[in-house]
Design a binder for this molecule. Structure first.
Ligand SMILES: Cc1cc2nc3c(=O)[nH]c(=O)nc-3n(C[C@H](O)[C@H](O)[C@H](O)COP(=O)(O)OP(=O)(O)OC[C@H]3O[C@@H](n4cnc5c(N)ncnc54)[C@H](O)[C@@H]3O)c2cc1C
Length: 373
């Protein structure tokens, strides 16, 4: 049976970041991807925002990897000519009733070590964003946007240049624990099923990560992923020029997302979303009738947007560990040695800010792999 030192399941932005980081030291590296190309799932269905790290609880993995990942990402994009822009961002309190939540978010950001945040009064906000209606705002200068496809292409090129391989159209269908590693069964679209042995196995399978963990007996309730869909609407008629920064509302406590926000893209367009809706199965269709609630929610702080400006755009699905109305859950990034599976490295629940955090997550995983090779 063929033997491989390190195998990564999944060529999304996280799997590719991990593989590229490991390829700096290890040659014998294999990425297995079920689709014909990298980044066909959540990594190409998101807001492409480089988050600052304002929202996540202090010392959580989400906060730490977001803040470190953000700086690594800006550096990587600059050095590798990946398109990106420090757009800056505002979180707005639509009326004074939201000021308390805004201030507590601001404090959370400060506790996370963000020293670029500022609280703006209505007058200060109006000076920089005359078309935004709000009672107050948080200003973040370290938020930006990037070309996520460009990032993944650079990571894949780097990996392949270092003799790492990506096997596309190859789906992991079974895993068995073996002496000193794992036997992985894959279904290759052209050649059918085959097996190989790997010393280290990294589960970066995004929406399927819980199913991969279950193949090794870790069908734990605490790993069960809940799918939370986010739809986007594009704003037509050149209205992108009405704002200069990304504009977000204060997130509602009973919602699973950050609230429907306005994101500028690198092509000069304006998108609204994502919303948050728990669903039972993967389905990327968008109901055009959602334009109405989107408009109602966004016009409270961006009154220049009309219902007729909105057209359905894309959607993405968050692989969430927390179910509807459940409290915060952090990323799971761990070596499953304590479950008798030394060398099986699990990444479960890598939802937002997974894109921002990707290069930092890769460093964490590299440290775990050091125990084995
Ligand atoms: C609506 C939305 C908006 C978001 N906005 C942002 C944002 O602005 N900023 C930010 O930082 N983050 C954002 N995120 C989060 C971010 O997109 C994800 O955290 C990130 O893309 C996860 O990358 P990944 O590589 O873990 O997963 P994926 O991109 O899903 O990659 C997993 C890969 O594993 C493969 N795979 C699965 N099962 C198998 C198998 N059995 N065999 C072989 N291959 C398999 C899949 O085909 C897939 O390619 C957003 C997410 C959503 C849904």
């Amino acid at each position: 049976m063929e033997e491989i030192k390190i195998t990564v399941i999944g060529a999304g932005v996280v799997g590719l970041s991990i593989a590229a980081e490991l390829a700096k030291e290890h040659g014998d590296l294999f990425v297995v991807e079920q689709n014909p190309m990298f980044g066909q799932e959540t990594s190409s269905r998101n807001s492409e925002v480089i988050h600052a790290g304002i929202y996540y609880p202090k010392d959580s993995l989400k906060a730490k990897t977001c803040i470190e990942g953000r700086e690594l990402l800006y550096r990587f994009c600059a050095e590798n000519k990946v398109a990106h822009k420090r757009t800056e961002k505002l979180i707005v309190a639509v009326d004074k009733g939201e000021n308390k939540e805004l201030e507590s978010l601001y404090k959370n950001g400060l506790e996370n070590g963000l020293d670029d945040l500022r609280l703006l009064s209505r007058q200060e906000l109006k000076k920089i964003e005359p078309n935004v209606e709000a009672a107050a705002a948080i200003y973040s200068s370290s938020t930006g946007i990037l070309d996520s496809h460009g990032l993944m292409k650079k990571l894949a090129d780097y990996l392949q240049g270092r003799k790492g391989q990506i096997a596309y159209d190859t789906k992991v269908i079974g895993i068995d624990k073996a002496a000193g590693g794992f036997e992985v069964t894959v279904e290759d679209k052209r050649e059918g099923p085959f097996k190989f042995f790997t010393r280290v196995l990294i589960n970066s399978a995004g929406l399927q990560a819980d199913k991969i963990a279950a193949m090794l007996g870790l069908a734990k309730e605490e790993y069960r992923l809940k799918y939370c869909k986010g739809d986007y609407f594009r704003v037509h008629s050149g209205k992108a020029k009405f704002i200069n920064r990304l504009v977000y509302p204060v997130p509602k406590e009973d919602r699973a997302g950050l609230g429907i926000h306005a994101t500028l893209d690198l092509g000069g367009g304006l998108r609204l979303g994502p919303d948050d809706e728990y669903i039972d199965r993967i389905d990327y269709d968008i109901d055009p009738a959602k334009a109405k609630p989107f408009h109602e929610s966004i016009r409270t702080f961006l009154p220049f947007i009309q219902l007729a400006d909105l057209a359905p755009d894309t959607s993405g699905i968050r692989p969430k560990l927390q179910g509807k109305l459940e409290p915060f859950r952090d990323f799971v990034i761990k070596d499953e040695a304590d479950n008798g599976l030394a060398g099986f490295i699990d990444l479960v629940g890598i939802e937002s800010p997974g894109l921002t955090a990707s290069l930092s997550i890769a460093k964490l995983v590299k440290n775990l792999v050091k125990n084995y090779c």
